[in-house]
Ligand binder design. Structure first.
Ligand code: ADP
Ligand code: MG
Length: 334
Protein backbone atom coordinates (compact mmCIF):
# COMPACT_ATOMS: atom_id res chain seq x y z
CA UNK A 1 0.00 0.00 0.00
CA UNK A 2 1.31 3.44 -0.96
CA UNK A 3 1.08 6.09 1.70
CA UNK A 4 2.21 8.84 -0.67
CA UNK A 5 2.11 9.14 -4.41
CA UNK A 6 3.36 12.14 -6.36
CA UNK A 7 2.49 12.53 -10.04
CA UNK A 8 3.93 15.09 -12.42
CA UNK A 9 4.71 17.50 -9.60
CA UNK A 10 6.08 20.93 -10.55
CA UNK A 11 7.01 23.94 -8.49
CA UNK A 12 8.09 27.05 -10.36
CA UNK A 13 9.01 30.16 -8.39
CA UNK A 14 8.40 33.44 -10.21
CA UNK A 15 11.33 35.85 -9.95
CA UNK A 16 11.55 39.38 -11.29
CA UNK A 17 14.29 39.95 -13.83
CA UNK A 18 14.65 43.55 -14.89
CA UNK A 19 11.85 46.02 -14.47
CA UNK A 20 8.82 44.18 -15.70
CA UNK A 21 9.95 40.77 -16.77
CA UNK A 22 9.29 37.60 -14.82
CA UNK A 23 11.31 34.40 -15.10
CA UNK A 24 10.62 31.08 -13.41
CA UNK A 25 12.93 29.06 -11.21
CA UNK A 26 12.03 25.48 -12.09
CA UNK A 27 12.77 24.15 -8.62
CA UNK A 28 10.89 20.91 -9.30
CA UNK A 29 10.04 20.03 -12.83
CA UNK A 30 7.69 17.14 -13.33
CA UNK A 31 8.60 14.48 -10.82
CA UNK A 32 6.88 11.18 -10.04
CA UNK A 33 7.52 8.93 -7.09
CA UNK A 34 5.77 7.05 -4.33
CA UNK A 35 6.46 6.00 -0.75
CA UNK A 36 5.11 2.69 0.52
CA UNK A 37 3.69 2.25 3.98
CA UNK A 38 6.42 1.66 6.58
CA UNK A 39 9.07 2.49 4.03
CA UNK A 40 11.84 5.08 3.98
CA UNK A 41 12.46 6.70 0.63
CA UNK A 42 15.66 8.73 0.45
CA UNK A 43 15.83 11.85 -1.70
CA UNK A 44 19.42 12.77 -2.48
CA UNK A 45 21.20 15.33 -4.62
CA UNK A 46 23.43 18.37 -4.36
CA UNK A 47 22.29 21.55 -2.73
CA UNK A 48 19.83 23.37 -4.98
CA UNK A 49 18.53 20.26 -6.73
CA UNK A 50 14.99 20.78 -5.40
CA UNK A 51 14.80 18.42 -2.42
CA UNK A 52 13.44 20.81 0.20
CA UNK A 53 10.96 22.27 -2.28
CA UNK A 54 9.70 18.72 -2.89
CA UNK A 55 9.32 18.08 0.85
CA UNK A 56 7.49 21.35 1.42
CA UNK A 57 5.24 20.93 -1.63
CA UNK A 58 3.99 17.48 -0.67
CA UNK A 59 2.96 18.81 2.75
CA UNK A 60 1.45 21.82 0.95
CA UNK A 61 3.64 24.18 2.96
CA UNK A 62 4.38 25.44 -0.55
CA UNK A 63 1.63 25.38 -3.17
CA UNK A 64 2.59 23.16 -6.13
CA UNK A 65 2.47 24.77 -9.58
CA UNK A 66 0.94 21.61 -11.02
CA UNK A 67 0.79 17.88 -10.55
CA UNK A 68 -0.92 15.65 -8.01
CA UNK A 69 -0.21 14.54 -4.46
CA UNK A 70 -2.09 11.52 -3.16
CA UNK A 71 -1.87 10.79 0.55
CA UNK A 72 -3.35 7.45 1.61
CA UNK A 73 -5.04 7.39 -1.77
CA UNK A 74 -6.71 10.78 -1.28
CA UNK A 75 -5.87 13.61 -3.64
CA UNK A 76 -4.75 16.45 -1.36
CA UNK A 77 -3.37 18.72 -4.10
CA UNK A 78 -6.29 21.10 -4.20
CA UNK A 79 -8.09 20.71 -0.88
CA UNK A 80 -8.55 23.88 1.18
CA UNK A 81 -5.94 24.69 3.82
CA UNK A 82 -8.53 24.11 6.56
CA UNK A 83 -9.12 20.54 5.40
CA UNK A 84 -5.38 20.16 4.89
CA UNK A 85 -4.99 20.89 8.60
CA UNK A 86 -6.58 17.49 9.33
CA UNK A 87 -4.00 15.75 7.13
CA UNK A 88 -1.14 17.70 8.75
CA UNK A 89 -1.70 15.53 11.79
CA UNK A 90 -0.70 12.53 9.72
CA UNK A 91 2.12 14.25 7.83
CA UNK A 92 4.87 15.98 9.76
CA UNK A 93 8.25 17.48 8.99
CA UNK A 94 11.58 17.54 10.82
CA UNK A 95 13.99 20.25 9.68
CA UNK A 96 17.76 20.36 9.37
CA UNK A 97 18.12 23.16 11.84
CA UNK A 98 15.90 22.54 14.83
CA UNK A 99 17.13 25.76 16.40
CA UNK A 100 15.57 27.82 13.65
CA UNK A 101 12.30 25.90 13.93
CA UNK A 102 11.97 26.04 17.74
CA UNK A 103 10.69 29.22 19.37
CA UNK A 104 13.70 30.44 21.41
CA UNK A 105 11.46 32.05 24.04
CA UNK A 106 9.36 28.99 24.66
CA UNK A 107 10.23 26.22 27.06
CA UNK A 108 10.33 22.82 25.37
CA UNK A 109 7.18 21.67 27.18
CA UNK A 110 5.25 24.55 25.64
CA UNK A 111 6.56 23.83 22.14
CA UNK A 112 5.54 20.18 22.30
CA UNK A 113 2.32 20.99 24.15
CA UNK A 114 1.29 23.43 21.43
CA UNK A 115 1.19 20.67 18.83
CA UNK A 116 -1.01 18.60 21.16
CA UNK A 117 -3.41 21.49 21.64
CA UNK A 118 -3.66 22.63 18.03
CA UNK A 119 -4.70 19.14 17.00
CA UNK A 120 -6.90 18.71 20.12
CA UNK A 121 -5.00 15.62 21.16
CA UNK A 122 -4.59 16.30 24.87
CA UNK A 123 -4.90 19.06 27.44
CA UNK A 124 -4.29 19.56 31.17
CA UNK A 125 -2.82 16.58 32.99
CA UNK A 126 -3.05 14.35 29.93
CA UNK A 127 -1.03 16.84 27.98
CA UNK A 128 1.71 16.90 30.64
CA UNK A 129 1.79 13.12 30.71
CA UNK A 130 2.04 12.96 26.93
CA UNK A 131 4.90 15.52 26.92
CA UNK A 132 6.83 13.38 29.44
CA UNK A 133 6.14 10.30 27.36
CA UNK A 134 7.33 11.96 24.13
CA UNK A 135 10.54 13.21 25.76
CA UNK A 136 11.17 9.71 27.02
CA UNK A 137 10.56 8.23 23.55
CA UNK A 138 13.24 10.47 22.04
CA UNK A 139 15.66 9.82 24.89
CA UNK A 140 15.46 13.09 26.84
CA UNK A 141 14.84 13.47 30.59
CA UNK A 142 11.43 14.78 31.58
CA UNK A 143 12.87 17.96 33.16
CA UNK A 144 13.88 19.03 29.64
CA UNK A 145 10.38 20.44 29.34
CA UNK A 146 11.27 23.28 31.70
CA UNK A 147 14.28 24.38 29.68
CA UNK A 148 14.81 26.60 26.64
CA UNK A 149 16.17 25.54 23.22
CA UNK A 150 19.56 27.25 23.74
CA UNK A 151 20.23 25.03 26.76
CA UNK A 152 20.50 21.94 24.52
CA UNK A 153 23.14 20.58 22.14
CA UNK A 154 22.44 20.22 18.40
CA UNK A 155 21.65 16.52 18.74
CA UNK A 156 19.33 17.12 21.70
CA UNK A 157 17.55 19.87 19.81
CA UNK A 158 17.00 17.49 16.94
CA UNK A 159 15.47 15.04 19.44
CA UNK A 160 13.11 17.82 20.50
CA UNK A 161 12.20 18.49 16.85
CA UNK A 162 11.42 14.79 16.46
CA UNK A 163 9.34 14.74 19.67
CA UNK A 164 7.29 17.66 18.39
CA UNK A 165 6.71 15.90 15.06
CA UNK A 166 5.69 12.68 16.87
CA UNK A 167 3.31 14.47 19.23
CA UNK A 168 0.38 14.19 16.82
CA UNK A 169 0.92 10.49 16.01
CA UNK A 170 1.83 11.01 12.37
CA UNK A 171 2.05 8.20 9.82
CA UNK A 172 4.47 9.95 7.51
CA UNK A 173 7.37 12.30 8.26
CA UNK A 174 9.48 14.35 5.87
CA UNK A 175 12.97 14.48 7.39
CA UNK A 176 14.74 17.36 5.63
CA UNK A 177 18.48 16.81 6.21
CA UNK A 178 17.85 16.08 9.90
CA UNK A 179 21.47 15.16 10.59
CA UNK A 180 23.38 17.35 8.13
CA UNK A 181 24.26 19.94 10.78
CA UNK A 182 25.35 17.38 13.40
CA UNK A 183 28.71 15.81 14.27
CA UNK A 184 29.22 12.39 12.75
CA UNK A 185 28.92 10.55 16.10
CA UNK A 186 25.67 12.33 16.88
CA UNK A 187 24.38 11.70 13.35
CA UNK A 188 24.47 7.96 14.00
CA UNK A 189 22.46 8.35 17.23
CA UNK A 190 19.74 10.35 15.51
CA UNK A 191 19.61 7.91 12.57
CA UNK A 192 19.26 5.03 15.04
CA UNK A 193 16.49 6.88 16.85
CA UNK A 194 14.62 7.50 13.58
CA UNK A 195 15.03 3.84 12.62
CA UNK A 196 13.71 2.69 16.02
CA UNK A 197 10.73 5.03 15.83
CA UNK A 198 9.91 3.79 12.36
CA UNK A 199 9.72 0.23 13.68
CA UNK A 200 7.87 1.10 16.86
CA UNK A 201 5.22 3.33 15.31
CA UNK A 202 5.08 1.92 11.77
CA UNK A 203 6.14 5.24 10.25
CA UNK A 204 7.06 6.08 6.68
CA UNK A 205 9.71 8.66 5.89
CA UNK A 206 10.82 10.79 3.02
CA UNK A 207 14.43 11.23 4.10
CA UNK A 208 16.25 14.11 2.42
CA UNK A 209 20.05 14.24 2.36
CA UNK A 210 22.75 15.69 0.15
CA UNK A 211 25.15 12.80 0.58
CA UNK A 212 24.75 9.12 -0.02
CA UNK A 213 26.75 8.15 3.05
CA UNK A 214 23.94 9.00 5.42
CA UNK A 215 20.94 7.58 3.56
CA UNK A 216 22.39 4.12 3.18
CA UNK A 217 21.75 3.40 6.86
CA UNK A 218 18.10 4.32 6.85
CA UNK A 219 16.57 4.12 3.37
CA UNK A 220 14.84 1.22 1.66
CA UNK A 221 14.86 2.97 -1.71
CA UNK A 222 16.59 6.04 -3.06
CA UNK A 223 15.56 8.73 -5.50
CA UNK A 224 18.42 10.79 -6.94
CA UNK A 225 17.51 14.34 -7.85
CA UNK A 226 19.32 16.74 -10.17
CA UNK A 227 18.17 20.17 -11.31
CA UNK A 228 14.55 19.66 -10.33
CA UNK A 229 14.19 16.18 -11.78
CA UNK A 230 14.53 12.63 -10.54
CA UNK A 231 17.31 11.02 -12.58
CA UNK A 232 17.39 7.60 -10.94
CA UNK A 233 15.27 5.67 -8.48
CA UNK A 234 15.92 2.16 -7.14
CA UNK A 235 16.44 0.10 -4.00
CA UNK A 236 19.30 1.38 -1.83
CA UNK A 237 21.24 -1.74 -2.69
CA UNK A 238 20.82 -1.27 -6.44
CA UNK A 239 21.80 2.38 -6.25
CA UNK A 240 25.02 1.40 -4.49
CA UNK A 241 25.80 -1.74 -6.46
CA UNK A 242 24.30 -1.03 -9.87
CA UNK A 243 24.04 2.72 -10.33
CA UNK A 244 22.90 3.50 -13.86
CA UNK A 245 23.09 7.28 -14.04
CA UNK A 246 26.45 9.08 -14.32
CA UNK A 247 25.28 11.57 -11.71
CA UNK A 248 24.53 8.79 -9.22
CA UNK A 249 27.99 7.37 -9.89
CA UNK A 250 29.53 10.75 -9.24
CA UNK A 251 27.67 11.07 -5.93
CA UNK A 252 28.87 7.60 -4.98
CA UNK A 253 32.46 8.59 -5.73
CA UNK A 254 32.18 11.18 -2.99
CA UNK A 255 31.22 8.62 -0.31
CA UNK A 256 34.26 7.86 1.85
CA UNK A 257 35.38 4.23 1.95
CA UNK A 258 36.85 2.44 4.93
CA UNK A 259 39.68 1.04 2.81
CA UNK A 260 41.18 3.87 0.76
CA UNK A 261 43.02 1.37 -1.45
CA UNK A 262 39.81 -0.40 -2.42
CA UNK A 263 39.47 -0.24 -6.18
CA UNK A 264 36.63 1.78 -7.49
CA UNK A 265 35.74 3.98 -10.35
CA UNK A 266 36.02 7.64 -9.47
CA UNK A 267 33.89 10.20 -11.19
CA UNK A 268 34.66 13.65 -9.95
CA UNK A 269 31.87 16.15 -10.38
CA UNK A 270 33.29 19.30 -11.85
CA UNK A 271 31.58 22.60 -12.44
CA UNK A 272 28.32 23.71 -10.96
CA UNK A 273 24.72 22.83 -11.38
CA UNK A 274 23.16 25.08 -14.06
CA UNK A 275 20.71 27.77 -13.06
CA UNK A 276 17.20 26.28 -12.85
CA UNK A 277 15.81 29.45 -14.47
CA UNK A 278 17.37 28.41 -17.78
CA UNK A 279 18.19 24.69 -17.65
CA UNK A 280 20.18 23.16 -20.56
CA UNK A 281 18.34 21.73 -23.55
CA UNK A 282 18.03 17.96 -23.61
CA UNK A 283 19.48 16.24 -20.56
CA UNK A 284 19.87 18.54 -17.56
CA UNK A 285 23.08 16.79 -16.51
CA UNK A 286 24.83 16.91 -19.91
CA UNK A 287 26.89 20.04 -19.13
CA UNK A 288 28.76 18.09 -16.43
CA UNK A 289 28.60 14.62 -17.92
CA UNK A 290 31.70 12.93 -19.32
CA UNK A 291 29.55 10.76 -21.58
CA UNK A 292 27.37 13.44 -23.14
CA UNK A 293 26.85 13.39 -26.93
CA UNK A 294 24.76 15.36 -29.43
CA UNK A 295 21.82 13.14 -28.57
CA UNK A 296 21.96 14.44 -24.97
CA UNK A 297 21.93 18.03 -26.24
CA UNK A 298 18.93 17.43 -28.47
CA UNK A 299 16.74 15.10 -26.51
CA UNK A 300 15.76 14.83 -22.88
CA UNK A 301 15.91 11.28 -21.55
CA UNK A 302 12.75 10.16 -19.74
CA UNK A 303 12.79 8.23 -16.50
CA UNK A 304 12.50 4.66 -17.77
CA UNK A 305 12.14 1.29 -16.17
CA UNK A 306 15.30 -0.76 -16.72
CA UNK A 307 14.83 -3.43 -14.10
CA UNK A 308 12.44 -4.34 -11.30
CA UNK A 309 11.77 -1.12 -9.42
CA UNK A 310 14.80 0.52 -11.02
CA UNK A 311 14.22 3.59 -13.15
CA UNK A 312 16.78 5.83 -14.75
CA UNK A 313 16.81 8.88 -17.06
CA UNK A 314 19.93 8.53 -19.23
CA UNK A 315 20.34 7.76 -22.95
CA UNK A 316 23.40 5.66 -22.13
CA UNK A 317 22.39 3.88 -18.94
CA UNK A 318 23.14 0.49 -20.55
CA UNK A 319 26.78 1.56 -20.94
CA UNK A 320 27.24 2.27 -17.27
CA UNK A 321 28.74 -0.61 -15.35
CA UNK A 322 28.15 -1.23 -11.67
CA UNK A 323 29.72 -3.55 -9.14
CA UNK A 324 32.72 -1.32 -8.54
CA UNK A 325 31.01 0.09 -5.52
CA UNK A 326 30.63 -3.24 -3.77
CA UNK A 327 33.30 -2.20 -1.26
CA UNK A 328 31.50 0.99 -0.31
CA UNK A 329 28.21 -0.77 0.21
CA UNK A 330 29.72 -3.67 2.13
CA UNK A 331 31.98 -1.48 4.23
CA UNK A 332 29.21 0.87 5.22
CA UNK A 333 26.37 -1.48 5.90
CA UNK A 334 28.25 -3.44 8.54
P1 ADP B 1 17.72 21.66 -2.05
O1 ADP B 1 16.84 21.46 -0.86
O2 ADP B 1 17.89 20.43 -2.88
O3 ADP B 1 19.02 22.29 -1.70
P2 ADP B 1 15.76 23.66 -2.79
O4 ADP B 1 14.50 22.90 -2.96
O5 ADP B 1 15.94 24.42 -1.55
O6 ADP B 1 17.00 22.69 -3.05
O7 ADP B 1 15.92 24.70 -4.00
C1 ADP B 1 15.76 24.31 -5.36
C2 ADP B 1 15.94 25.52 -6.26
O8 ADP B 1 14.85 26.42 -6.06
C3 ADP B 1 17.20 26.34 -5.96
O9 ADP B 1 17.68 26.83 -7.18
C4 ADP B 1 16.70 27.45 -5.09
O10 ADP B 1 17.51 28.60 -5.22
C5 ADP B 1 15.32 27.70 -5.68
N1 ADP B 1 14.36 28.25 -4.68
C6 ADP B 1 13.98 27.67 -3.52
N2 ADP B 1 13.06 28.43 -2.89
C7 ADP B 1 12.87 29.53 -3.68
C8 ADP B 1 12.03 30.70 -3.59
N3 ADP B 1 11.22 30.89 -2.56
N4 ADP B 1 12.10 31.60 -4.60
C9 ADP B 1 12.92 31.43 -5.66
N5 ADP B 1 13.72 30.34 -5.81
C10 ADP B 1 13.69 29.40 -4.84
MG1 MG C 1 17.31 21.72 1.19
Amino acid sequence: MRILEVKGLKKYFPVKIGLNKTAYVKAIDNIDFFVNEKETLGLVGESGSGKSTTGMAILRLLEPTSGEILFNGKNITKIKQREMQKHRKDMQIVFQDPFASLNPRWKIGKTIGEALEIHKIAKGKDKQRRIDELLDIVGLPSESKNRFPHEFSGGQRQRIGIARALAVNPKFIVCDEPVSALDVSVQAQIINLLNDLKEEFGLSYLFIAHDLGVVRQICDRLAVMYLGKIVEIASTEDIFLKPKHPYTKALLSAVPVADPLAKREEIILSGEMPNPISPPTGCGFRTRCHMATDLCVDSRPNLEQIDNDHQVACHYSDKIGGRKNVEIFAAQTT
